[in-house]
Write a protein that binds this ligand. Structure first.
Ligand SMILES: Nc1nc2c(ncn2[C@@H]2O[C@H](COP(=O)(O)OP(=O)(O)OP(=O)(O)O)[C@@H](O)[C@H]2O)c(=O)[nH]1
Ligand SMILES: [Mg+2]
Length: 236
């Protein structure tokens, strides 16, 4: 199976990918698909694509070069590990728009699906999920990723060691969440509509609370990754 870790900058993608590969998954391979970051990976895209070289060759800034790199990566096969017996954990750049606004992410996933099952983990920082509005917006982003990539993604709220877990887990109760947004100064109907949309479009709706630092929740996350491919049903 391929486990692709995506999410906004600094959410903890690299930390999670490393931890899953080093400590959770047996027989795994860590793949670095971020041409801007040097990490100790088994397969490193920087062997073929280096961001600084693209910047120089095409006269691009860092963001333009990252987009260019994804176009190149989506068109090449050299980095793809095809061994079905291995869990291939793939770290990606912190530019979420590659997956939200461009087709490169989808192309990469479709290419990988030719060889093995693919699961996407959408990582967000726990600080970004502690208000009801932000929590709903985060779920909506995950739903959009599901739609854009045509694949179920699991939302993992990382850095849970830095916040009070209960402040987020109470949002798992939809009735509580609706009450909270009624009390908040927010566009109530939009938020409620979003909740319906999220439930309609997302296969795995309940986010997981994890910490790449302490390891909390990572075994459960790994179990869910496998459950998704066993049932593809309602796991909430
Ligand atoms: N306390 C705490 N810090 C974390 C956790 N996960 C990651 N960090 C820290 O958050 C920072 C960013 O972590 P990374 O793993 O590099 O995040 P990333 O999403 O790969 O970042 P980019 O690739 O730059 O987008 C680092 O300083 C990590 O040590 C966590 O679970 N708890
Ligand atoms: Mg990273």
């Amino acid at each position: 199976m391929y486990v692709i870790v995506i999410g906004p900058a600094g959410a903890g993608k690299t930390s999670i990918a490393k931890k899953i590969s080093d400590e959770i998954a047996n027989n795994s391979i860590l793949v670095n698909l971020d041409p801007a970051t040097k990490i100790d990976a088994d397969i490193d895209i920087r062997k073929w694509v280096k961001i600084e070289e693209l910047q120089e060759k095409y006269g691009l800034g860092i963001n333009g070069a990252l987009l260019k790199s994804m176009e190149i990566i989506a068109g090449m096969n050299e980095w793809i590990v095809k061994d079905k017996d291995k869990i291939k954990v793939i770290d990606t750049p912190g530019q979420l728009e590659i997956f939200l606004y461009h087709d490169y992410g989808k192309k990469i996933i479709e290419k990988l699906q030719e060889y093995d099952a693919v699961t996407v983990i959408f990582v967000v920082d726990a600080y970004e999920a502690i208000s009801p509005e932000n929590y709903i917006a985060m779920l909506a982003q995950n739903a959009i990723i599901n739609l854009r990539l045509s694949i179920s993604s699991i939302t993992a709220i990382n850095k849970i060691d830095l916040v009070d877990k209960n402040n987020i887990s109470k949002f798992f109760d939809r009735k509580y969440l609706e009450k909270e947004i009624e009390n908040a100064d927010t566009l109530l109907s939009l938020a409620k509509g979003l909740l319906d949309y999220i439930e309609y479009t997302t296969i795995y709706t309940r986010p997981l609370l994890i910490s790449a630092k302490t390891g909390e929740g990572l075994n459960e996350l790994y179990d869910v990754i496998h459950e998704i491919h066993c049932t593809c049903g309602d796991l909430s």
